[in-house]
Design a protein around this ligand. Structure first.
Ligand code: ADP
Ligand code: MG
Length: 408
């Protein structure tokens, strides 16, 4: 959809829009639909951060999405830097150049209203809920690997001009969103210093011994945390869980990159891997274990790792031209580092979603009597991934060690 927004004296200062004001905005400001169009607006936001409206021209069925941020968090009402909305719009625009197939098109970014107007991707479904229903997506690993390899490698300064890279690091500095991850992902799960962890009854000692008092693990987590904070390698999505991936049998779209910043490439890869373990473990412990889904999950975790590696190498060979960086041993070292990071960050993500207060939905489907065992399995997987990350060289190793309760 091509939009030519209108010059108007309205909408010069941010206010939070509702369904009525959105109707006016799409006509008066965006000029998206004619003045007399019959417009339907629904608020479809299911996140706890922002406001998302689906706008449909009832006659033509043309539709678009407007995502607006507020100065306050939608759920708790606490303040959160509204610049996150500009960052989201800008990274979506950049990713539309690097991997257009995998992101919604941005029609317009309104800097004053902090509102992104974008393509409606409603024909794709939330991947987390699809996997809870044990649906299988044979093309997922190939497609997400393509998205990851392109968006991560092609935003790094292995490829970019150094001025451009530094300009982007600055544009995507995202301190408040990063602080959320620094705390929730890399600190609280290991010491509960804010007393916000929620540990399943019966697992208190297990968590105490395996996380709070596990010094060798804490050293590795500290290294991963420091790397997250200091390694401005690639422009990350920053929150790439399966609720940000919308999918159907024809393809996928990645949304919601408001945590974007320049960080270690492995962080996004690791998040994708982590969120494939949750539906797999849920399927092992719920009442309707599906062997096909189990098989697909295992193969997919392995394939995401393997295909990301292959594609990083491919785009490296195609796009890196700086002579010193063309050195084979340098390339191997860089890519090995990214993959080791990916495995480590898969581990930290699994752990934080089990003991932290941002639980994944999958856990709520595990029957109470199985919860202790399921969560221990996930925590063990998380710890192993962190500890062994430097020794893993193929995707198969990510799933080999898993207690195979499916009885294959
Ligand atoms: P938040 O930042 O609040 O988490 P999200 O970007 O995750 O918001 O969007 C919340 C929900 O709105 C998504 O889960 C999805 O259902 C819907 N949504 C967001 N963007 C689009 C889009 N471009 N097309 C269709 N639905 C969308
Ligand atoms: Mg979201």
């Amino acid at each position: 959809m091509k939009l030519t927004p209108k010059e108007t004296t309205a909408y010069q200062e941010h206010f939070l829009m509702d369904r009525e004001t959105i109707k006016q905005y799409v006509v008066e400001k965006l000029g998206a639909f004619p003045d007399d169009a019959s417009i339907e607006v629904t608020e479809i936001g299911d996140g706890n951060i922002n406001y998302v409206f689906r706008v449909v021209n009832a006659t033509t069925k043309d539709s678009l999405i407007i995502k607006q941020a507020d100065v306050l968090l939608r759920s708790s009402g606490r303040p959160l830097d509204i610049e996150r909305n500009r960052i989201e719009a800008e990274i979506l625009q950049l990713q539309n150049e690097l991997a257009p197939q995998f992101v919604p098109e941005v029609y317009y970014y309104d800097q004053k209203m902090y509102a992104v107007t974008m393509e409606d991707i409603s024909e794709y479904q939330n991947m987390r809920y699809e996997m809870i229903k044990k649906r299988i997506f044979p093309n997922f690993s190939e497609e997400i690997a393509e998205y990851l390899a392109r968006t991560l490698l092609l935003t790094s300064d292995l490829v970019l001009d150094c001025d451009e890279k530094k300009r982007r690091v600055k544009a995507f500095i995202n301190p408040e969103m990063c602080e959320i991850s620094e705390d929730l992902v890399f600190t609280e799960p290991y010491d509960d210093y804010k007393q916000r962890n929620i540990v399943t009854a019966g697992n208190e000692r297990f968590v105490e011994e395996n996380l709070y008092q596990n010094e060798p693990l804490q050293v590795e987590v500290a290294l991963l945390r420091n790397n997250f904070m200091n390694n401005a390698q690639s422009l990350l999505h920053g929150d790439l869980h399966t609720g940000s991936i919308f999918i159907n049998q024809t393809g996928l779209k990645v949304i919601d990159p408001e945590f974007a910043f320049y960080g270690p490439a492995g962080y996004d890869i690791g998040n994708v891997l982590a969120h494939l373990y949750f539906p797999m473990v849920k399927n092992l412990f719920d009442s309707t274990r599906d062997p096909d889904f189990h098989q697909w999950s295992k193969e997919t975790i392995a394939a995401v790792y393997d295909q990301v590696q292959v594609k990083l190498e491919k785009y490296y060979d195609e796009a890196v031209v700086f002579p010193l960086y063309r050195n084979h041993a340098f390339k191997e070292t860089m890519l090995r580092g990214m993959m080791a990071d990916a495995v480590g960050y898969a581990g930290t993500e699994i752990i934080r979603r089990v003991v932290g207060d941002s639980k994944v939905k999958e856990l709520s489907f595990i029957p109470a009597e199985q919860k202790i065992a399921a969560e221990r399995l996930l925590l063990k997987i998380g710890v192993q991934l962190i500890i062994n990350r430097q020794h893993i060289t193929s995707g198969g190793q990510l799933v080999d060690g898993i207690v195979d309760l499916a009885g294959e």
